[in-house]
Write a protein that binds this ligand. Structure first.
Ligand code: NAD
Ligand code: MG
Length: 399
């Protein structure tokens, strides 16, 4: 109705793959005649051209670019539009703090941590795409959300699938979570073949179109390792009862098994606009422009056990969970540094997991069973692991 309050929305990371998919869903939200959204804030890292274009189209109240040196370009591009702008990491946090009802957390990497936590602390519903947030400081973020009573709406397709079929009122009757994995572009490659895998080959995902970092994570399967840690924070199920299953067609996005043997799954085409739409409309539904499944065309769904020898990242993620405290943050930081170096041509593909393992081992030796209860501890662990990973990268480059 005309009197209904508009839901105010912020998109952190609006220029990325998830950010653009979110805008695409919003473009279609009017199809049911229920479009009651107002985009209040958009943010980006460096891409001022795209950010300004989005701002002029959606007319938010505030836009922020994280890269301080791009502030003048942004102001120039938006001159006369009446849209407020800011530059620097603190401006991105300001966007998170603006009084919005729903925040899409789609910044990539640990950089998303502070803004997401700020949005959570003021009680906004958080549509969480940024898995690194939960991996680095899951307890801090989930505690903030629990305290303010906002909703944590998982965007990552696996967690979104589980969320849709997870009965939180009888979580003790859930026997297993099954996280499905496409297996990535190197699912059939031998370790020998992976030695010379290039960045172009690693980012060419068979099913999903995503940002570069997560695409490389899919190739190493670190993505599934991070998702395991993420799942253990979102759902009240211990990691021992969260299994990873390779399912190359990416039709079943994950499953929940109940004690009576029933398995509930969510299915769909591999298009992030479906999970994004569910978080936007939750607890109801809204149309999404994603293609619908043609089962006859898919014809076959297959499954295989993951190979922990070819994909050591899966083992590292379990080790990080078991070590607990800051160790998942250390693993995540090492992986971020290694992936960035791989994409820049600095290290080889298999060195991503090797460096992540070295840093995790060193971090365990240095820090012992270090607990984690504040954002600062997570950020310190992140910085320490980044330094160690940079050293490993430099040593590989010198070799
Ligand atoms: P992307 O690289 O396409 O976009 C990242 C966004 O974050 C961009 O808007 C960029 O400007 C912004 N950003 C980057 N560094 C920043 C910084 N230091 N400060 C502020 N903003 C910064 O990445 P993506 O594929 O959209 O992924 C975003 C997040 O969602 C990641 O954490 C990823 O793991 C997760 N995710 C993505 C997909 C997918 O299909 N793309 C699926 C599941 C989860
Ligand atoms: Mg996923």
């Amino acid at each position: 109705s005309a009197t209904k309050q508009k839901r105010r929305i912020a998109i952190l990371g609006s220029t990325g793959s998830i950010g653009e998919s979110t805008l695409s869903v919003l473009d279609h939200a009017g199809d049911l005649g229920e479009a009651n959204f107002e985009i209040a804030a958009l943010t980006a890292n460096t891409n001022v051209e795209k950010l300004a274009e989005q701002a002029l189209k959606y007319k938010p109240e505030f836009v922020a670019v994280a890269d301080e040196s791009k502030g003048d370009d942004l102001r120039a591009a938006l001159a006369g539009s009446g849209i407020k702008c800011g530059a620097g990491a603190s401006a991105v946090e300001d966007a998170a703090e603006l009084d919005t009802d729903w925040v899409m957390a789609a910044i990539v990497g640990a950089a998303g941590l502070r803004p997401t936590l700020k949005a959570a602390l003021r009680g906004a519903d958080i549509a969480l795409a940024n898995k690194e947030c939960l991996v680095c400081a899951g307890d801090v973020l989930t505690a903030a959300i629990a305290k303010t009573g906002g909703a944590l709406l998982p965007v990552d397709s696996e967690h979104n699938a589980i969320f849709q079929v997870f009965d939180f009122d009888q979580s003790e009757r859930i026997s297993r979570l099954i996280l499905t994995a496409s297996g990535g572009p190197f699912r059939d490659w031998s370790r020998d073949e992976m030695v010379s895998a290039t960045p172009a080959q690693a980012v060419a995902h068979p099913n999903w179109s995503m940002g570069a970092k997560i695409s490389v994570d899919s190739a190493t399967m670190m993505n599934k390792g991070l998702e395991l840690i993420e799942a253990a924070h979102i759902f009240p199920v211990p990691h021992e009862r969260i299994e990873i299953l390779v399912h190359p067609q990416s039709v079943i996005h994950s499953m929940v098994e109940y004690v009576d043997g029933s398995v509930l799954a969510q299915l769909g085409t591999p298009d992030m606009r479906t999970p994004i739409a569910t978080t936007l409309a939750w607890p109801t539904r809204t149309p999404s422009p994603s293609a619908k499944i043609d089962f006859a065309q898919v014809a076959k769904l297959t499954f295989e056990a993951p190979d922990l020898i070819r994909f050591p990242a899966l083992r590292l993620a379990r080790e990080a969970i078991m070590a607990g405290g800051i160790m998942p943050a250390a693993l995540n930081a090492a992986n971020e540094v290694a992936v960035a170096s791989f994409l820049a041509g600095g290290i080889k593909f298999l060195e991503i997991a090797a460096i992540s393992e070295q840093v995790l081992d060193r971090s365990v030796k240095l820090n012992g069973p270090a607990t984690l209860s504040t954002l600062e501890e997570a950020m310190d662990a992140d910085s320490q692991a980044r330094r160690m990973a940079e050293e490993c990268v430099a040593a590989k480059a010198a070799a």
